[in-house]
Design a protein around this ligand. Structure first.
Ligand SMILES: *[C@@H]1O[C@H](CO)[C@@H](O)[C@H](O)[C@H]1NC(C)=O
Length: 198
């Protein structure tokens, strides 16, 4: 009797679980639903920046951070500030030779910078997009401080593919900033970083 009950249960579950398989219409319904899921999944994978096998995964999710590898002395007249000590460069959007970040696609981007002034020295630097006159951010310190002085700022900007963002000293004032000391905590006195938000 127990064996019989067991067989009945097995048959019952077979019908419930595989029931659709016995019905021609049910099977085609399952196939349709699977096809619809498959197509929805492909659409999502196509637009998903986090998917590892998506063609734009890394390129669409750039991030970088670079530190100043030497002191910046008497920087003036729109000279670029080039952060040569690259800490992170996901998708290689940052060019350490020129200190420029190039947007791999249209989107909203976040950038930040921290600079440390020497005692009794200041700095005036700007963030620019493509040209020196296209200023999108500003970071400064005046000279009235007897110790080292660290300052930070951050910006959010819209960029189109190929736009370059970099930092430059402002015309008219000498900027003096601490850099260098690679491998030590001092390495983080002055740095520039950014990433794609969306
Ligand atoms: C990026 O933006 C530019 C300027 O608005 C536009 O012409 C271009 O079609 C956009 N590219 C994409 C892939 O959306």
């Amino acid at each position: 009797m127990a064996l019989h009950m067991c067989s009945m249960l097995t048959l019952f579950f077979s019908v419930v679980v595989f029931g659709n398989g016995f019905v021609v219409d049910g099977q085609s319904d399952l196939e349709n639903r699977l096809a619809s899921l498959e197509s929805r999944f492909n659409e999502m994978a196509e637009s998903c920046v986090y998917c590892p096998d998506s063609s734009h995964s890394v390129k669409s999710h750039p991030a970088f951070m670079a530190a100043l590898s030497t002191d910046l002395n008497n920087c003036n007249n729109d000279s670029p500030v080039v952060f040569k000590n690259v800490k992170l460069n996901v998708g290689s959007p940052y060019d350490a030779r020129h200190g420029t970040f190039r947007a791999p696609r249209n989107g909203t981007y976040f950038f930040a910078a921290t600079l440390t002034a020497k005692p009794n020295n200041g700095f005036h630097v700007k963030f620019v997009v493509n040209s020196l006159t296209n200023e999108v951010g500003y970071l400064f310190s005046d000279t009235q401080h007897s110790g080292h002085f660290e300052r930070s700022t951050s910006i959010v900007v819209h960029l189109n593919t190929g736009d370059d963002v970099w930092m430059a000293c402002v015309t008219g004032g000498a900027s003096n900033v601490i850099g260098g000391y690679s491998g030590m905590q001092h390495d983080y006195h002055s740095h520039f970083e950014g990433f794609l938000v969306d």
